[in-house]
Ligand binder design. Structure first.
Ligand code: HEM
Length: 317
């Protein structure tokens, strides 16, 4: 699937990620809501012209923007400004962001065209806070060389984990079902230190083998492996998952190599628990080994309404 607000679509493709700040949300209201109304047609046009492009776009709103653009409207229950997580050795910072656009496609030219339409539509009312161009790296690997996304929920399960479940008792503007909490974090890797690590040690940091992506078994997987600390369960032993849409990026001439983490969840509390395990450790101190080579330089929470809710927003324009 692809299109607008399909948060589980085409993982591992190229992407342009844009974060904007709004000078004055009340003043930007007309322009932003009008753009929301036009997004489905913009993406449809790309899919019509380039059926294999798997073009898709997700727009999402930060807490300040939601309140400012939609005064008097109900606010999604878990939408607030991300509280930073400060551990003894690692920090997950909180950085500003009002609007988020996740543009993805198998074709970078299609990503570019969609990103340009959005940027033109917001010119004068929104300031670019970050723009990152990510690429599919070989067989969907993170820039540190490991396949990324293997344990994402299956296509059948993804919607259930990535979006808010319907509740028949809630209707109208308060019905956020099908919407998703998007948490984004830009990481820079110390690639030199990482590459100096023997492959076996890298594998222990991730919890999987590098070449063939096999999971390390039992005692071979350390407690501080990335896939050990982020594997969490509820009280009844059920696995708690999110849908990750991470993308690799690089600016080699500047020595910058990174992972843009994008996590879509029906419950932000799930993402937050994973972050706490990584940055603080559970038990405390058992922090993620991957963080010894990766520094989070941003952290922002947004809410991506469902395609239906986006229409409702646009009808206010
Ligand atoms: C430096 C940034 C990151 C990199 C390079 C990275 C990379 C990876 C890789 C290579 C895997 C193993 C393959 C897979 O199952 O996808 C993985 C698994 C996973 N990651 Fe990350 N990740 C990063 C950040 C995060 C963050 C911030 C979270 C959560 C907030 C997270 C959550 C997960 C989860 C839930 C799994 C699957 C664990 C399981 O096996 O059950 N990752 N990641």
């Amino acid at each position: 699937m692809s299109g607008v607000q399909d948060v589980t679509a085409s993982p591992g493709q190229n992407a342009i990620i844009m974060v904007f700040g709004l000078d004055d949300p009340a003043q930007a209201r007309e322009r932003v809501l009008d753009l929301c109304g036009r997004l489905p047609a913009l993406v449809r046009s790309e899919l019509n012209r380039f059926p294999d492009s798997l073009a898709g776009m997700v727009v999402a709103f930060g807490a300040r923007a939601w309140a400012g653009l939609l005064p008097g409207w109900p606010v999604p229950g878990e939408l607030s400004v991300f509280e930073p997580i400060q551990g003894e050795r690692h920090l997950a910072p909180s950085t500003p962001g009002d609007l988020f656009f996740h543009v993805r496609s198998a074709r970078m030219d299609v990503c570019q065209e969609l990103a340009a339409h959005v940027s033109r539509a917001l010119s004068g009312v929104a300031e670019s806070l970050d723009e990152t161009h990510g690429f599919r790296y070989f067989d969907s690997r993170a820039i540190i060389g490991f396949v990324d996304g293997t344990e994402n929920p299956s296509a059948e399960e993804a919607q259930g984990f990535a979006t808010i479940a319907p509740d028949p008792a809630v209707t109208g503007k308060a019905d956020f079902s099908g919407g998703s909490y998007v948490f984004i974090q830009k990481y820079l890797h110390d690639l030199k230190a990482w590459e100096e690590l023997p492959v076996e040690e890298q594998e222990k940091a991730i919890g999987r083998r590098k070449f063939d992506d096999l999971e390390l078994d039992g005692p071979a997987k350390p407690a501080n492996a990335h896939n050990a600390v982020t594997n969490i369960r509820d009280q009844d032993g059920g696995e708690l998952k999110i849908v990750r849409a991470n993308i690799a990026f690089a600016n080699p001439s500047r020595g910058e190599y990174g992972t843009y983490f994008l996590g879509y969840a029906g419950k932000f509390s799930t993402t937050r628990r994973m972050l706490q395990n990584m940055f603080l450790g559970d038990p405390p101190g058992n922090t993620d080994r991957l963080l010894d080579f990766s520094r989070a330089v941003s952290g922002t929470l947004f809410f991506a309404p469902s395609a239906g809710y986006l229409e409702l927003l646009a009808s206010e324009a």
